[in-house]
Design a protein around this ligand. Structure first.
Ligand SMILES: [Zn+2]
Length: 181
């Protein structure tokens, strides 16, 4: 048995390829899944990349570039993730799906989502649900109140006033995930 084969048995996530962006996924969600695919918490992964939670929360240019580098994302994939996340455009506005809108329509302490969608994601990989659970960008948008797939009301998944902590998606989803990773 080669040393590599042995380490794959000890650390099964090493044998799987990094995740690719999912439809409608936000950048913060993708980073959370990338960290999970490497078997580390989102905050430890930020440390590895040399970026802070705060710089990721405000989508600092260097932080975004670091994610692209670590995940091997091309410009089109990154643009799609950013467009689903909303990018600051001045102090009180954001660009979301090509539209300029008030930041408050996209950013507030209540992070909402559809538990049915998250449960369905988790079923794809029951041993490592955090690699699969996707936060959809439309859930950020205040005017969206219904899951477009399940036609059920979006629920508040967590409330966090500190912006940096609000986007530590992995930590919060780990409380929701089956098996509590
Ligand atoms: Zn749903």
């Amino acid at each position: 048995m080669t040393p590599n084969a042995s380490s794959y048995i000890d650390f099964p996530w090493l044998s799987s390829p990094p995740p690719r962006p999912a439809p409608r996924e936000t950048l913060h969600s993708f980073v959370s899944r990338l960290a999970a695919s490497k078997g580390v918490s989102t905050s430890d992964f930020y440390l590895d990349m040399g970026v802070s939670l705060r710089s990721m929360a405000i989508l600092d240019e260097e932080a975004v570039a670091a994610v692209a580098r670590w995940a091997g994302l091309n410009a089109i994939e990154m643009d799609e993730l950013l467009s689903r996340t909303g990018v600051p455009s001045g102090n009180i506005r954001m660009t979301f799906r090509g539209q300029i809108i008030g930041s408050r329509a996209l950013r507030n302490p209540e992070m909402r989502g559809c538990r049915k969608c998250l449960a369905k994601d988790a079923q794809r990989n029951p041993d490592f649900p955090l690699k699969e659970m996707v936060m959809r960008g439309d859930w950020l948008f205040r005017d969206v109140t219904i899951c477009i797939e399940h036609r059920t009301p979006l629920e508040v998944l967590w409330t966090e006033h500190t912006r940096a902590m609000r986007f530590d998606i992995g930590s919060r989803l780990s409380e929701i995930a089956p098996n509590h990773q």
